[in-house]
Write a protein that binds this ligand. Sequence first.
Ligand code: IPE
Ligand code: IPE
Ligand code: MG
Length: 256
Amino acid sequence: MEDLLSKINKQKLPKHIAIIMDGNGRWAEEKGEDRLFGHFHGVESVRNIVEASAELGIQYLTLYAFSTENWDRPQQEVDGLMTLLVDTIHKEIADLNKNNIKLHIIGDIDMMPAFAQKELQEAIASTQNNTGLNLIMALSYSSRWELLNAVKNIGVAIKEGNLNPEDINSANFQQYLSTKNFPDPELMIRTSGEYRISNFLLYQLAYAELYFTNTCWPDFRKNNLLEAIVDYQNRERRFGKTGKQIIDKSITANNY
Ligand code: IPE
Ligand code: IPE
Ligand code: MG
């Protein structure tokens, strides 16, 4: 078996990897099982990928776990997902702390049931002093919700005299996003053979490298992550410049 780890340049790891964890339902249906069976097995992949990312030294890992649009799924699936989320977080807090992982949540948490909000707040508080991997769970998240929220809050700041419209720039605009404390992802992975963004980090993914795989989320493991990173490291990121400019000096994204 080829050793994927030896193909990875540790000096060029992405700081931030974002993943659309997709395909749980189809994975289960293919096996003649209920969709919730797929979500249940998806948790095992989350555990594996979080652990692998921490081991590798990835600084930020964002996992898209539940979108604003997912609230419109059948009630039985939504309820099952909320229960699974709460149970999982509850069970994992000790391991998160043991592995020095700091949990963050982005999304419209007010839409979550009260018991889920409480469990999430406890987990965030319990891991807040950890200094290793930042694990960002996107829950009840959609990028359009986030951007509209930013616009509303900018409106309030202007109205209250705390911000001049002419002073708005990419640095202070980002302060209104739920990702204000995190760098933009360099690599975005989507599983299950779907080639779309589905309302995920539309602003932040401007220059991310996109990686799509047919593997469904419940089958996605450390080796699949390593494959994605190797692929990422073999790409030339140009940020609108020419290939020659990139070779001449190491260039990163400008904020326009
Ligand atoms: C991803 O798997 C998990 C969530 C969106 C909650 P899906 O549930 O979307 O599975 P598919 O895409 O229907 O197979
Ligand atoms: C995106 O997957 C959201 C999550 C993985 C949480 P969906 O399955 O909801 O996306 P669509 O409907 O296929 O675009
Ligand atoms: Mg899906």
